[in-house]
Design a protein around this ligand. Structure first.
Ligand SMILES: CC(C)c1onc(-c2c(Cl)cccc2Cl)c1COc1ccc2cc(-c3cccc(C(=O)O)c3)sc2c1
Length: 232
């Protein structure tokens, strides 16, 4: 059928993309990933620093999602806490799949592999990274898929389920149209993107176990990560 993006939907895409590009981890933080020496301890500390910075970026980005600030305050917190890990898997996946000349990719992959994480999480995590890379998402698709992940109604403690669902459905419809227009040869592309959201839920469960195993080995997190992940 003739797919057309309305004026309102175009404005939505622009607002989300501008926010997504405006809020990025500062260079001095990500540059450290390239400079500091290697050790399980150093890798864990660096990843903790980047993750903390990423959460701050995520909070700022979320405030720019049209309609988000009109949600109940406690629901806003519940959505952020419930989606942070998944949004960070998406972000790190996008970084690892970009053909970045700065050698970020190998370095980041190396630091994640050697950060004291148990082997069993490596396979699903790097399979996810590979599957995101194979999608060759556009910037708009990445920004909107992250928004859809944040606006997931069935996170723990969300009270106004319908209000969140309405916002998410608006973004799902925008993504569906974008996929049809930007990947005309791949009618299943939108379905493949949604399949990644399911994979993110599984990784989210693995991540809870990762946190426990890091904690048992006496790894320290920052106050912001402890708050958002209910750690300690
Ligand atoms: C606390 C820490 C040990 C931790 O615990 N679980 C995870 C995790 C791991 Cl391992 C994998 C997936 C998700 C999580 Cl949450 C992490 C590290 O999480 C992060 C989170 C965001 C980013 C963004 C990056 C990045 C690099 C270069 C450039 C850019 C850029 O945006 O330009 C971003 S790296 C990075 C690492």
């Amino acid at each position: 059928e003739k797919v057309e993006i309305t004026k309102e939907q175009r404005a939505l895409i622009k607002a989300i993309l501008d926010a997504y590009n405006r809020h990025q981890i500062p260079q001095d933080v990500t540059k450290k990933l390239l400079q500091e020496q290697y050790s399980a301890e150093e890798n864990f500390l660096l990843l903790t620093e980047v993750a903390t910075s990423q959460v701050q970026v995520l909070v700022e980005f979320t405030k720019n999602i049209p309609g988000f600030l009109s949600l109940d305050r406690e629901d806003q917190i519940a959505l952020l806490k419930g989606s942070a890990v998944e949004a960070m898997f998406l972000r790190s996946a996008q970084v690892l799949s970009k053909k970045m000349p700065s050698g970020h990719i190998e370095v980041l992959e190396e630091r994640i592999r050697k950060s004291g994480m148990s082997e069993e999480f490596m396979t699903p995590m790097f399979n996810f990274y590979k599957s995101i890379g194979e999608l060759h998402m556009t910037q708009e698709e990445q920004a909107i898929l992250t928004t859809i992940t944040i606006l997931t109604p069935d996170r723990p403690y969300v009270k106004s389920h319908e209000a969140v669902e309405r916002l998410q459905e608006t973004m799902l419809e925008v993504l569906r149209k974008l996929c049809v227009l930007q990947h005309p040869q791949e009618p299943q592309y939108f379905a493949r993107l949604l399949g990644r959201l399911t994979e993110l839920r599984t990784l989210h469960h693995y991540h809870a176990e990762m946190l426990t195993s890091w904690k048992t080995n006496d790894h320290k997190f920052t106050p912001l990560l402890c708050e958002i992940w209910d750690v300690q």
